[in-house]
Design a protein around this ligand. Structure first.
Ligand code: BES
Ligand code: MG
Ligand code: ZN
Length: 488
């Protein structure tokens, strides 16, 4: 899947047109115009016709929608056109615009096509050999846009592959190896702490959760610090890396709640994909990724309900439900983050069923202690990429639910599941922080261009967010310079 420069011969042409404009179809003969106009009334997502032996796919980009909604509608059109191309085994198309379309709209359409071109076929004999290449001239999308689209799609693919991999392949050590492999060609430094190091550091949350496993945990530190970084203090991204969540001794019932729990490292995969894209796009921003990776399983040595553990920061926690494990490993990573003196920490985690029940696959639940302007930027990036967020509160009152009679904290509460999990994490932070409970990271039925199973929720949002941060600073600099020149 690729978008690239023009090529003379392609199997089909995709023409974006706006049915509300006049003379739009004058490149067609009368008969063809009639076909299109007739079909327009049927409200189809696109119209196909043969012209000079070539398949033409005419996509009406007119819509009652605006702004971000229109962009999302075009991504979904891209998905629909992709389905048609795949069904007809058309591998190469040229993209043409009959209407002076805003660049971001053609970009959204192409993004929808390219993101759809994913399947997890590693374990299938019959590989999916279908590969779509879109050719577009510089007048539709410039090289920078094409490179950006290709990179983001590649990052999304990496994230999806990591999430879709079953535990039989992707244990914590393998996750570390895959992280190294995926970032090998990029200026990202990867440090992996093994079990001995994690023990010597006394990361009590990570160790407790992994106790039932016969395999060791890892703690992964990914550093991207480009020389031209505009920030001195890093943005830290923390990802929950539970490679499989059985619930531990507080075992989950298999059907419905355990079946899909290989996805419990989706937060980790989002961090890997985001760093991959940020580094590959050479964004001048200092970003560190932290990934605690464990397996949560019952076993002879597994942590017991009622056990009291001592976390990395010395807080004691009464573990009343071993299925509330994500917060225990994230807490240690959040404590580690303090030494980086971050300007902002964002964590991604498939943390609670409560978040899934509250908002479904339509949004992530977020909670924050960061300044309002920053949260606004994050939400804005989410709206622009259709990776939406719903903010829940972190009111003081919720802290009481996590108090234990016999330890500093307990790890569960029967009230306000998503919020109290956030409240637990907040205890381990002392910097501006945003928590993402990423319900949309994994879906059990096809979800347009996002696909079925792993969706890579958060990767496109993070790229947009960091890109906008770098833009803001550069624009401010420019403004300052022009002001200075003026006052001279
Ligand atoms: N990984 C699960 C949360 C989850 C459930 C994510 C379904 C995606 C889909 C997490 O570790 C968990 O088990 N949470 C418990 C916490 C409870 C015991 C307080 C939950 O939400 O039920
Ligand atoms: Mg759990
Ligand atoms: Zn979990």
């Amino acid at each position: 899947m690729l978008i690239t420069d023009n090529k003379k011969e392609t199997e089909a042409q995709v023409i974006l047109f706006n049915s509300k404009e006049k003379n739009l179809l004058n490149f067609l003969d009368e008969e063809e115009q009639e076909i299109v106009l007739k079909n327009l009334k049927l409200n189809l997502p696109f119209i196909t016709l043969k012209m000079h032996q070539q398949t033409i796919i005419a996509v009406d980009v007119s819509s009652n929608k605006q702004g971000n909604d229109l962009k999302e509608a075009l991504r979904i059109k891209g998905y629909q056109v992709y389905q048609f191309l795949k069904d007809h085994k058309i591998n190469t198309v040229r993209l043409i615009s009959q209407t002076p379309l805003e660049k971001k709209l053609s970009k959204a359409f192409v993004e929808g096509c390219l993101l759809s071109n994913y399947s997890f076929d590693k374990y299938i004999k019959e590989k999916n050999k279908y590969l779509l290449t879109i050719y577009a001239s510089g007048s539709i999308l410039n090289n920078k846009d094409k490179q950006e689209l290709n990179t983001i799609c590649e990052a999304v693919r990496i994230t999806k592959d990591l999430v879709n991999e079953p535990y039989s392949y992707l244990n914590a050590v393998q996750l570390s190896n895959d992280i190294k492999q995926y970032t090998k060609s990029l200026p990202i430094k990867v440090t992996v702490w093994n079990e001995a190091k994690i023990k010597s550091e006394k990361m009590g949350g990570i160790l407790a959760v992994n106790k039932g496993s016969s395999l060791p945990p890892t703690f992964n530190i990914l550093t991207y610090q480009p020389q031209n970084a505009i920030n001195k203090q890093p943005l830290v991204l923390v990802g929950k890396g539970v490679v499989f969540d059985t619930g531990g001794l507080s075992l989950k019932p298999t059907t419905n709640s355990m079946d899909m729990m290989k996805c419990d490292m989706a937060g980790a995969a989002t961090v890997v994909g985001s760093l991959f894209a940020i580094a590959k796009l050479n964004l001048p921003y200092y970003v560190v990724g932290l990934i605690p990776a464990v397996e949560n399983r019952p076993g002879y040595e597994a942590v017991c309900p009622g056990d009291i553990i001592t976390m990395y920061d010395k807080t004691t926690v009464e573990v009343l439900n071993t299925d509330a494990e994500g917060r225990l490993i994230l807490a240690d990573a959040l404590h580690y983050a303090k030494r980086l003196k971050p300007n902002l920490v964002i964590d991604f985690a498939t943390l609670t069923g409560a978040a899934v029940r509250a908002v479904g696959k339509e949004a992530a639940v977020i909670m924050s202690t960061a300044p309002k302007e920053i949260v606004k930027k994050v939400k804005n990036a989410g709206n622009k990429t259709a990776e939406r967020t719903v903010e829940f509160p972190l009111w003081d009152e919720y802290a009481q639910y996590m108090k234990s009679d016999i330890a500093d904290l307990k790890n569960v509460s029967s009230e306000a599941g998503a919020i109290t999990a956030g409240k637990f994490l907040q205890h381990f932070t002392n910097y501006p922080w945003i928590h993402f409970d990423i319900a949309p990271a994994f879906v059990n039925s096809p979800y347009n261009y996002r696909g079925k199973y792993a969706t890579a929720y958060g990767v496109r949002l993070m790229c947009k967010f960091v890109k906008n941060l770098t833009k803001d600073v550069q624009q401010n600099k420019k403004r300052k310079n022009t002001n200075r020149n003026k006052s001279r």
